[in-house]
Write a protein that binds this ligand. Structure first.
Ligand code: AMP
Ligand code: TRP
Length: 332
């Protein structure tokens, strides 16, 4: 039997953080041996906030995210790592799907509402963002999409769009499923454990997130300053949101149960928990940092990986795009 297909992506915006790592990248790494994997730097999603686009910064961010994929341990000889805009089929299928996507479905997306959907001046790309995401996934006949919990709604929309298309034009698209990790799917902000750790907030507020490229000193400082409360209770169910977030992070790093970790530290003061969490984070981030520096030291290596990735991705995506166009009667 052929291996199942996997596709996922991260936007080259803001600062990549341990939420991205624990919710997505680390799980991708674990899939490359058993699945046929495609990991994309979704640069065309990054331009959905056009006023935020700075060409030099975008160019650098695309390369940096690609290098972080590899530095996180995703083997480029096993996975196809590529840049979305290197594969024109994404934009083309996105247009086709846009014509099938009811406006109401898109207006109901949580991310659209949160990012300012009620503002008439906002770019239309913010509304059609999940349609482009659906194209990303459907072009690869993906079976599984490994993502953090916040993306579940977008994968459901992808399935709905695929079913709608298939219903009208025949069995063209394969229906994907989300794959959301048990631990680490929703890491909260260190400075505000009520809000999801976010790449853009990480730029505005240094204490918000642990960046994947932070120095050991920064990691230590940020965890030590993470919001807790004044007690010593680390019993998971009774702990404050800040402590629960630290336990969740710890659990995601070590593979233990957060409640078990909590019991171990209860009544001892948060300093012990934080010190061990710093060590656990450092154990994963130190090799990532070193590999990243090495990769960025010789850009030709990354160029070759992305070039090869673009070739493989185009070859696959064009097959599915042709299938969709043929089914609809588009073209000569
Ligand atoms: P984004 O930062 O929105 O580009 O997300 C890239 C990937 O990281 C997606 O799979 C997200 O679901 C995941 N992700 C983003 N923020 C978090 C978070 N705070 N906790 C866990 N996963 C996250
Ligand atoms: N919307 C995703 C996010 O913000 C990024 C993304 C774009 C993606 N295309 C995708 C994720 C395809 C998985 C599959 O995190």
């Amino acid at each position: 039997m052929s291996r199942q297909r996997v596709l996922s992506g991260v936007q080259p915006t803001g600062i990549l953080h341990i939420g991205n790592y624990l919710g997505a990248l680390r799980n991708w790494r674990g899939m490359v041996d058993d699945y046929d994997t495609f990991f994309c730097v979704v640069d065309m999603h990054a331009i959905t906030v056009p006023e935020a686009v700075d060409p030099a910064r975008l160019r650098e961010a695309i390369r940096s995210v690609a290098a972080i994929y590899i530095a996180a341990g995703i083997d480029p000889d096993k996975a196809t790592i590529f840049v979305q805009s290197d594969v024109p089929a994404h934009a083309e299928l996105a247009w086709i799907l846009t014509c099938m996507a009811p406006m109401g479905w898109l207006k109901r997306m949580t991310q659209f509402k949160v990012k300012g959907g009620d503002n008439e001046g906002v770019g239309t790309g913010l509304l059609t963002y999940p349609v482009l995401q659906a194209a990303d996934i459907l072009l690869y006949d993906a079976d599984l999409v490994p993502v953090g919990a916040d993306q579940k709604q977008h994968i459901e929309l992808t399935r709905d769009l695929a079913e709608r298309f298939n219903h009208r034009f025949g069995d063209v698209f394969h229906l994907p499923k989300p794959m959301i990790p048990k631990q680490g799917a929703r890491i909260m902000g260190l400075d505000d454990p009520e809000a999801k750790m976010s790449k853009s907030t990480a730029v505005e507020r240094p204490g918000h997130a642990i960046g994947l490229l932070d120095t050991p000193k920064q990691v230590k400082k940020k965890i030590n300053r993470a919001k807790t409360d004044s007690g010593t209770c680390t019993i998971y169910e009774d702990a404050s949101p800040g402590i629960r977030n630290l336990l969740g992070m710890f659990a995601a790093f070590t593979g233990e149960d957060p409640a078990e970790i909590g019991k171990r530290y209860d009544g001892r003061g948060y300093g012990y928990l934080k010190a061990d969490l710093i060590a656990a984070a450092e154990a994963e981030l130190a090799p990532l940092r070193a590999r990243y520096e090495e990769l960025r030291g010789d850009e030709s290596v990354l160029d070759a990986i992305l070039e090869r990735g673009a070739e493989r991705a185009n070859a696959q995506a064009n097959v599915v795009l042709a299938r969709a166009k043929q089914a609809m009667g588009l073209g000569r």
